[in-house]
Write a protein that binds this ligand. Structure first.
Ligand SMILES: Cc1ncc(COP(=O)(O)O)c(C=O)c1O
Length: 651
């Protein structure tokens, strides 16, 4: 370490050269077929292995590298194509370089004169991206924010400040609801002559599968999480527009003020896309701001064939969040909030702190909720220059082809006793047929997976195939009929009942009229689900098995045969057992350190399932085949340790 503080150029040279070698070697290691991507340690173990104490006397270049080497060793190597755990993946090489440039220049893009080039890059890249979504005006553009949650928050604040500008200055004082007014009038208060706010309680709408950051925004804005209305989804996980309209009307009738509709483009668990156009038309009709949370799926705009259907109507949005740090592999964080007219940001949010902002129209900071800001947008700018729009398209297409291939491999698993059971999207026969029609018309393809995630359960060999979606429906409907609370509530993906779902009686009758039920089902129908008979065989549903794609046929594996658990105790047992299986297999996979995949819940009735995200285009055939083997091998080990409860055993 130089004692002459001005010798820092040589010091940087020394540090970067060593770091470059370590990093390249680390990336190469991640490509070895048997290489581990994590040497996973619990917190107490890490405390033992690493020295987290901070010294009085610095260790300098020689002393710092052991810490860096250990950091690499015990961290998760996200460069590995086998890191399939989250929606983000390892940074692309140009992503790493962009980060280095950002760190090197240490620019702050709050005001133009301290970061002129970064500011221009941000303006140009947000404009170019906004154009792709159909924002054609001269002032189309956006801002980078520190993550998708922050972008969603900025969207909601900007919406509120634009629609009700007085709140910015006076605070949030909604007029009483109609019920509150009545109550107060009954107690002798009179509203005559009082000036009431122009708005009632502000209400935002997002689907039951929307990201929890919308609720967080409501917390930060003082709106309250209860005023984020959860709109039911169809059985593919997409918002139902007619339900959106119904709920908006209900809230208006109560004297509240709907102001914000969020349509999610690519939900976190299933990768579903809310239909933007109908949601946008409804938002417009009720004077609501339409926001599209495309944190995950927004990047599909680079694949026009996909975007044409998945993002249809994006030009109706007043704001769109996109996270290039997810599907485009820029390094974390790179999130953009795009708008048709970027002058909305200073108009809605500026406070004109004149010590900092001196009237330069290119100062971006005043439109945000912060002050100093990283120039994260440059990571997309450089990435786009490097790969080109077509390069990004090709990268996403590669990931999509990996998903298709993985579907084929899972379908092949049928020959190995069908131990991997896909999560079905359509939750009954009708939905499945509907999906087929949609595919045949060449419209929106709703086969599972919707995007780059694949969801499934590992099913132990001695267990019977349970139709979880069918069981979910019976369970939910019976809870509804008896007015019970669902067994557990899950934030952010809270399962609002699927609207349009038949009640259990109709559902079972329809099964019966399809000739697919056993005597057990018929008796369940007549006794309104509380019958002693516990299962329903759906064997003959396989007539629907002329699926057009192999992925669909993997899905069909679970449609062909399956047992619906009717008995309440049995389904609770079965759910708990399946969750145990998933969590144990997951823990085993993680401790082996060759793959990282995650599991997720979907509403209160389904057992948690594996969610594998095939995001990085660096995933190879060998990674996919190894993953199937890994799951089956870890499943084997777990199977021998875990007793299958009677209700789940093969009979
Ligand atoms: C749909 C959706 N929106 C928002 C976010 C939040 O993004 P971030 O983690 O960048 O805050 C996520 C994260 O996964 C997401 O899936």
């Amino acid at each position: 370490m130089s004692t002459d503080l001005c010798q820092d150029a040589q010091e940087l040279d020394l540090l970067i050269t060593r770091m470059k070698d370590l990093l390249v070697e680390y990336m190469e290691e991640s490509r070895q077929p048997q290489g581990r991507l994590v040497d996973y340690k619990e917190p107490h173990e890490l405390e033992q292995i690493m020295d987290f104490s901070l010294p009085d006397l610095g260790v300098g270049p020689e002393g710092i590298f052991p810490t860096i080497t250990q950091t690499l060793k015990h961290s998760v190597n996200t460069f590995s194509p086998r890191f399939m755990d989250k929606l983000y993946a390892g940074s692309s090489p140009i992503g790493v370089l962009s980060e280095l440039l950002l760190a090197g220049l240490n620019g702050n893009s709050h005001v133009y004169h301290v970061s002129p080039v970064f500011t221009m890059m941000e303006i140009h890249v947000t404009r170019a991206l906004a154009r792709l979504y159909g924002f054609r005006g001269d002032r189309a553009g956006g801002l980078s924010c520190p993550g998708g949650s922050a972008s969603n928050q900025l969207a909601m604040v900007t919406a509120r400040n634009s629609l009700y500008p007085e709140i910015k200055k006076l605070g949030y004082f909604p007029r009483p609801s109609i019920q509150q007014q009545r109550d107060m009038e009954e107690r002798g208060y009179s509203f005559a002559g009082t000036t009431l706010s122009t708005y009632g309680k502000l209400i935002a709408f997002t689907s039951s599968a929307g990201h929890y950051s919308l609720e967080k925004s409501a917390v930060m804005m003082g709106l309250g999480t209860e005023n984020i209305v959860s709109v039911p989804c169809d059985s593919y996980g997409a918002m139902i527009p007619s339900e959106l309209e119904r709920l908006i009307q209900e809230n208006i009738a109560l004297g509240h003020t709907p102001f914000f509709v969020n349509a999610t483009a690519g939900t976190t668990v299933l990768g579903a896309f809310d239909p933007i156009r109908p949601c946008g038309e409804i938002a417009q009709k009720y004077n609501c701001w339409l926001h599209v949370d495309g944190s995950w799926g927004g990047a599909t705009i680079f694949v026009p064939e996909l975007a044409k259907t998945l993002l249809d109507g994006s030009e109706l949005a007043q704001s769109i969040t996109v996270n290039p740090h997810k599907m485009l592999q820029t390094s974390l964080q790179c999130s953009l909030l795009l708008v048709p007219d970027s002058s909305i940001f200073p108009r809605a949010n500026a406070l004109n702190a004149n010590y900092l902002f001196h009237g330069q129209s290119h100062d971006l900071g005043d439109g945000t909720l912060g002050c100093g800001r990283r120039s994260d947008a440059i990571k997309l700018f450089l990435g786009w220059k490097y790969y080109g729009r077509l390069g990004y398209k090709a990268r996403i297409e590669k990931s999509l082809s990996n998903v298709k291939r993985f579907g084929e491999l899972l379908a092949q698993d049928n020959f190995r006793n069908n131990r991997i059971q896909m999560l079905r999207l359509g939750s009954d026969h009708e939905d499945f047929l509907h999906r087929r029609e949609i595919e045949e018309e060449g419209k929106r393809d709703k086969t599972q997976p919707s995007l780059l995630q694949i969801c499934f359960w590992y099913r132990p060999r001695n267990s019977r195939l349970i139709d979880w979606r069918g069981t979910e429906r019976i369970w939910r409907d019976s809870e509804e009929l008896s007015g019970q609370e669902p067994p557990s509530r899950i934030p952010s993906t809270a399962a609002t009942p699927l609207i349009g779902s038949p009640n259990s009686q109709n559902y079972l009758s329809r099964l019966a009229s399809n000739g697919t039920t056993t005597a057990a089902t018929t008796s369940a129908t007549s006794s309104n689900v509380s019958s002693n008979s516990s299962t329903t065989s759906l064997e003959s549903w396989e007539s629907a098995s002329t699926a057009s794609s192999v992925v669909a046929s993997a899905t069909l594996a679970s449609i062909d045969r399956g047992t619906i658990l009717v008995d309440p105790q049995e389904r609770q047992h079965a759910k708990e057992w399946m969750e145990k299986v998933t969590k144990l297999v997951h823990a085993r996979i993680r401790s082996r350190g060759v793959f990282m995949i995650d599991y997720a819940p979907l509403g209160p009735y389904l057992p948690v399932f594996f969610r594998v995200v095939l995001n990085p285009p660096t995933i190879r055939e060998i990674d996919l085949t190894m993953l199937v083997d890994e799951i089956l091998e870890c499943g084997d080990i777990i199977e021998s340790q875990l007793e299958t409860p009677a209700c789940c055993r093969v009979v």
